[in-house]
Design a binder for this molecule. Structure first.
Ligand code: SF4
Length: 435
């Protein structure tokens, strides 16, 4: 029995006990259901264990040689390739992915760009602190989940931050107040106690609440008597008192707040509210935790920053990084790409149909370990080992802490790791297509 880190989500729990002989895993202890599912993926029905290419409209198993040749042919015939995903792979694989993008003059971006990356950039520009899980455990007295449902997406997060007893406090759950702002009563509401504050907000009215809080930041006396966004005056008063009175508060932001809106920028306004509270707070502060889902969603920005000094999307021309106003969405909207290399993600399921249909029109190379909607439209599917089980590497936890993942068993069918496969494609491009 040995202790390993789970790569089932961005919490990267490092207390999972695994029994294995190096070939098979016989027992997993300490993981949540989602973590167990991650380990079950090794032998899942939708696992891909051989390379595939599309022939006569159907995906057929082929040799590695044939599959990589086809992939190189697509890459060589492409002048503006799009590389996307990279949140379910190690930092080492992300690094090779960026080098490949530079080599083939591509545009590369990770899932974070349509998720937490937007928030991170704005938080940096406003000087808002990101906090760590350890900080929340040890010092936190207020946890606000805004548009976030960790009970289902990062299942052990609340166990750790809400129920743990901190090092610097003699009390744990008793002094931590949980506030949840959400239009639906998610599974996370089930952990709420009598001192907590559940706020069911009317759909798409978060902006009204944020603007009211900005206006009333220092005064509870002028809260509208009819309430705001479906939340009554008393609850608003309690929310305001918590926000302005917490010693170490944290707002955990989830997917619910990052949906774009044509008339306003919700994230920006929410972060401005935080900035305002922190400027006026005398004894405490509110910080931020971003709740990305994929296990290494935070890693891509760190790798891009250390390689090229910028976080997020990167675009290359003549093998040099260029400045670009394009985003993943604008690239796809304008069809400003002629092939795509998708790594460890499923844009055909995740993106709106107006975008996914455009991706499906161009030749697509998929690097992944299981079948998805994207594998069904791919020209080439190159399967890889499951990181954190069949291969190791570095990943960044959701609070930006680097965590090493270790290999537990040999990969099915001797599959390469994402890093090895991307390196092989890079080498083949360098050598003109043959090895
Ligand atoms: S919370 Fe995430 S990292 Fe932790 S055991 Fe569950 S799936 Fe794995």
């Amino acid at each position: 029995m040995k202790r390993f880190t789970c790569s089932g989500c961005s919490l990267l729990c490092d207390d999972i006990i695994v029994q294995s002989d190096g070939l098979f895993i016989s027992e997993v202890m300490g993981a949540c259901l989602k973590g167990k599912e991650r380990f079950d993926q090794v032998s899942a029905k939708n696992r891909i264990t051989s390379p595939l290419i599309r022939k006569d409209g159907e995906l057929k198993e082929v040799s590695w040689d044939e599959a990589t040749k086809k992939a190189i042919e697509i890459i060589k015939n492409s002048s503006i390739p799009l590389l996307y995903g990279f949140s379910n792979v190690s930092c080492e694989a992300q690094d090779v992915g960026i080098k490949l993008a530079q080599k083939i003059n591509g545009f590369i971006d990770s899932n974070a760009s349509i998720c937490q990356g937007k928030i991170l950039n704005k938080a940096k520009s406003l000087g808002i602190n990101l906090t760590t899980i350890t900080e929340i455990i040890n010092k936190g007295d207020l946890i606000i989940l805004w548009g976030a449902n960790p009970a289902e997406t990062v299942p052990r997060l609340l166990n750790k931050v809400l129920f743990s007893r901190g090092k610097f406090r003699m009390t744990g759950r008793e002094i931590k107040t949980l506030v949840i702002v959400d239009p639906i009563k998610t599974a996370s509401f089930r952990v709420m106690g009598v001192r907590d504050l559940p706020l069911i907000i009317e759909p798409n009215k978060d902006i009204d609440l944020i603007r009211m809080l900005k206006e009333e930041c220092c005064s509870v006396d002028s809260i509208p008597s009819q309430g705001v966004a479906g939340i009554d005056k008393n609850d608003l008063k309690r929310l305001l008192l918590h926000l302005t009175g917490a010693e170490n508060g944290v707002i955990i932001l989830g997917q619910g707040v990052i949906q774009p809106h044509p008339d306003y920028n919700l994230v920006e306004e929410l972060l401005e509210l935080l900035q305002m509270i922190n400027e006026r707070q005398e004894k405490g502060r509110i910080s931020l935790l971003l709740m990305g889902g994929h296990f290494n969603m935070a890693g891509f920005d760190h790798v891009a920053l250390s390689s090229f000094g910028v976080s997020g999307k990167l675009e290359f021309k003549h093998n040099q990084l260029i400045k670009t106003d394009d985003t993943l969405v604008s690239k796809i909207e304008k069809e400003n790409f002629d092939s795509s290399i998708i790594v460890g993600t499923d844009p055909i399921s995740h993106l709106p149909h107006s975008l996914s249909s455009k991706i499906a029109k161009k030749p697509l190379i998929l690097i992944d370990n299981h079948h998805t909607a994207t594998s069904h439209i791919a020209e080439v599917v190159l399967p890889t080992a499951i990181t954190g089980i069949e291969s190791g590497g570095l990943a960044y936890r959701l609070d930006q802490v680097p965590i090493e993942l270790n290999k537990i068993i040999n990969p099915s069918n001797n599959l390469p790791s994402d890093e090895e496969l991307l390196n092989q494609l890079y080498r083949l491009i360098n050598q003109g297509g043959s090895e």
